[in-house]
Ligand binder design. Structure first.
Ligand SMILES: [Zn+2]
Length: 275
């Protein structure tokens, strides 16, 4: 009997998923190609609004958790430095999508030994003290990290990853939530946190974020070649068990080669930003 109920439940979910896919599945181009020529079209099952509202909750929860541990923006000078780098990068986002200039960007520093940084959908950034201190980052390298993470948000990789999770039936609660059943907020917040912080992105997403990231850095007047030294430092820091950021951001020969080619391509943008 329980089997039959299970079958019914699954067929209901399949119908729901089918309805949702028919009504909401769209192929989009989230960003302009830029000088780096990133122009892959993306299939989305969730709307930007759904994902971004999930990100607002997930970000708030993360900051509250850090604040309770006394780990939020502990060192004012460090926070000012990180925010100053971000402020120079953000006007460059308009080269990829104009709407990003009006996003509610937020930049916060979390005290944690973790070598990590991320940008949730819609522009909610966190940089961990571990990545700044352990890698002894220059401003150019800090810009390379923030540029890379911001690029994930501009390309809406979180929304795309969440859509892939749904298509694979791994986010069943969200399927119900998206068509008006269940508790939308919490399911989406959990999914957004998962796809931003917890799950590794594909090599393709990483390549796109690397390429868009060097262009953002160059347009902000940061040396785009710092991305190369950054990933070399990352690789060295990986000795003795990879930190989370490394395992989700595979660092290898081909990545360095790609960064060399694309940072060379955006050098004229860097030079004119410096003038
Ligand atoms: Zn990445």
């Amino acid at each position: 009997m329980s089997d039959r109920i299970e079958v019914r439940r699954w067929s209901l979910l399949l119908v729901m998923a089918g309805t949702l896919a028919l009504s909401a599945c769209e192929t989009v181009q989230t960003t302009q190609a830029g000088a780096v020529g990133v122009d892959r079209r993306q299939t989305m099952l969730l709307s930007t609004e759904q994902v971004n509202s999930g990100a607002v909750s997930a970000y708030k929860q993360t900051l509250q958790g850090a604040a309770q541990k006394g780990a939020l923006n502990r060192d004012p000078a460090q926070v000012a430095r990180v925010r100053a780098v971000a402020q120079r990068l953000l006007p460059a986002t308009g080269a990829f999508r104009k709407d990003a200039l009006a996003w509610q960007w937020e930049v916060n520093v979390i005290s944690s030994p973790e070598v990590n940084a991320w940008c949730m959908p819609g522009g909610k950034i966190a940089v961990y003290t571990g990545i700044i201190e352990k890698l002894k980052l220059s401003d150019d390298e800090l810009a390379a990290i923030i540029g890379h993470e911001v690029a994930h948000a501009l390309r809406e990789h979180g929304r795309e990853r969440a859509s892939q999770q749904m298509a694979q039936g791994l986010a069943v609660g969200v399927i119900g939530a998206a068509i008006g059943l269940g508790s939308v907020g919490q399911d989406l917040a959990g999914l957004v946190a998962d796809v931003t912080i917890g799950l590794p992105y594909s090599r393709e997403f990483e390549r796109e974020a690397d390429r868009v990231g060097v262009e953002l850095a160059a347009r902000g007047g940061f040396d785009p070649r710092a991305a190369i030294t950054l990933w070399q430092k990352m690789a060295q820091a990986g000795g003795g068990g990879p930190p989370q950021f490394l395992s989700t951001h595979p660092s290898d020969e081909s990545r360095i080669k790609d960064l060399q080619a694309y940072s060379a391509r955006v050098m004229p943008l860097y030079q004119s930003a410096r003038r």
